[in-house]
Design a protein. Structure first.
Length: 384
C-alpha cells in the first residue's frame, strides 16, 4: 500500500480533530441547550433568595416537587405545562388530588423525572419544545435547583409552598411569584383574596362561640408522605383552627409548632372526644388503616363518639402535599357538624364543589366521594 505523505497525514488528523470537536460542541449543546429564557430581559428573586433571569412571559413550564402543579392549576395556567413528573402518570385506585382529577390530560404528557422533585436533566433537555422556566417546590427534596439550572440551561424558580396557617404569606408569595412569571398576576390576586375570604367567613361564623359550647374533637388517619393509621393527627389541624374547635391533641403550647404527630391510642381513649373525624386517605392501608381500627379495635369501641355515631369522614388533606381546596371544604363540613345553626345556609358538598370550581375549574367532589366509598362528609357506619 502506498505510504501517505506527512502533509496528507497532517491534513487528515486536523480534519478528524475538527470533526470530533464539532461533535463535542453539538453534544454539549444538546445536553445543556442555551435557552433564550436564560438570557432574556428581567430578573426575579425566588423563595431561596436566588436572582433568576426569566423571559418576559414564560409560555412553557415544568412544575417540579409536591404541589407545584397544583399552584399552576390554581392560576389557570395548567396548559403551560409541557411535561410532568411521574406522580401525574401513575394510575391509582384512589386519588384525592382535585387539580389532577380536573385535568386528566396531565396523564398523557411526557415525564421529566420522578416525583418529589427528583428531576432528570437528561430527560428535560430532550423535551421539544424546551420549557422556558422550571418551577420547583420543596427545593431540599430531590434535585438541587441551581445544579438543575446549570445542567439544563433553563431558569429554575424556587417556590415556598407554605400553608394556610402561620406560613400563609409564603403560600401567597409563591402564587404571586408564579403568577408574575407566567403572566397571571391578576389571577394570583384573586386566588389570594379567595383564600382570605373563606377563612374570614369561617372565623366570623364561629369566633364568638363560648368556650363551654365548643365540642372537643379529634381527627385521625392524616397522611404524611404516605397513608397512616388512626393515631396519625395534627395538633394544629387547620379546619379545627378555622372554626375554633377544641382539638384534644392541642394540649398547650408545646404542640403549637407541630405539623404532624402520632399519639398513643390510650390517649385518644383518655381524651374521649365529643366528635371524631377520619381523614379518608387512611383507606389506602386497608385492614391496617384507621377505618378498620375504628370498626374492630375494642379500645376505640369505648369512645363516646363511636357509641353515639359521631364519627365523620373527611377529604384527604395531604396528598402530594396539602390540598388547600379540600382543607377549606373540610372546615365548612366540620363547622356544619359542630355548629349546625351557624352553618344553616351551607351544604358542605355543594360548598366543596364551589371551592373546586374556583380553584381547579371543575366540580370534582362527586368523583372523589365515589373513590372513597361515598364516606366523605357523612357519618361513618362502624357496624357496632
Amino acid at each position: 500500500m502506498r505510504q501517505l505523505s506527512p502533509q496528507v497525514k497532517l491534513a487528515i488528523t486536523l480534519a478528524v480533530l475538527s470533526a470530533c470537536g464539532l461533535a463535542l460542541i453539538v453534544g454539549l449543546r444538546f445536553l445543556a441547550p442555551a435557552s433564550p429564557a436564560l438570557h432574556s430581559g428581567r430578573t426575579v428573586t425566588d423563595a431561596a433568595g436566588r436572582k433568576v433571569s426569566v423571559p418576559g412571559r414564560a409560555d412553557r413550564v415544568l412544575c417540579s416537587g409536591p404541589g407545584c402543579l397544583r399552584l399552576l392549576t390554581y392560576l389557570g395556567a395548567q396548559d403551560l405545562a409541557i411535561a410532568v413528573d411521574d406522580a401525574e402518570t401513575r394510575r391509582r385506585m384512589l386519588d384525592a388530588r382535585p387539580y389532577a382529577l380536573a385535568n386528566p390530560q396531565f396523564r398523557s404528557l411526557p415525564t421529566f423525572g420522578e416525583f418529589r422533585g427528583h428531576d432528570n436533566p437528561e430527560l428535560i433537555v430532550t423535551l421539544s419544545p424546551q420549557p422556558h422556566v422550571v418551577f420547583k417546590t420543596y427545593p431540599a427534596m430531590g434535585h438541587d435547583p441551581q445544579e438543575l439550572q446549570t445542567k439544563t440551561g433553563i431558569p429554575v424558580v424556587v417556590l415556598d409552598y407554605g400553608d394556610l396557617g402561620g406560613s400563609r404569606e409564603k403560600l401567597y408569595g409563591a402564587l404571586r411569584l408564579m403568577g408574575e412569571v407566567v403572566g397571571k398576576e391578576n389571577r394570583a390576586r384573586k386566588v389570594v383574596a379567595f383564600f382570605e375570604r373563606q377563612i374570614r367567613d369561617l372565623d366570623e361564623r364561629t369566633r364568638d362561640v363560648p368556650e363551654s359550647e365548643r365540642p372537643c374533637v379529634y381527627v385521625g388517619g392524616i397522611a404524611d408522605k404516605g397513608p397512616h393509621a388512626y393515631r396519625s393527627t395534627e395538633p394544629a389541624y387547620p379546619p379545627f383552627l378555622f372554626v375554633h374547635a377544641r382539638n384534644v391533641v392541642r394540649d398547650g403550647s408545646r404542640f403549637d409548632d407541630l405539623q404532624h404527630s402520632d399519639v398513643a391510642k390510650e390517649k385518644i381513649v383518655e381524651w374521649d372526644p365529643d366528635c371524631l373525624f377520619l381523614d379518608l386517605s387512611t383507606l389506602q392501608l386497608g385492614d391496617a388503616g384507621g377505618l378498620h381500627e375504628l370498626k374492630n379495635d375494642a379500645a376505640y369501641a369505648t369512645l363516646t363518639a363511636v357509641k353515639g355515631g359521631r364519627v365523620y369522614g373527611l377529604l384527604p388533606y395531604n396528598w402530594y402535599t396539602t390540598n388547600y381546596g379540600s382543607l377549606l371544604a373540610n372546615a365548612y363540613f366540620v363547622g356544619k357538624v359542630l355548629y349546625p345553626d351557624r352553618f344553616r345556609d351551607i351544604d358542605p358538598k355543594a360548598k366543596a364543589d364551589e371551592i373546586y370550581r374556583f380553584l381547579v375549574g371543575a366540580e370534582v367532589f362527586g368523583e372523589m366521594n365515589r373513590l372513597f366509598g361515598r364516606l366523605v362528609f357523612e357519618p361513618i357506619p362502624l357496624g357496632r
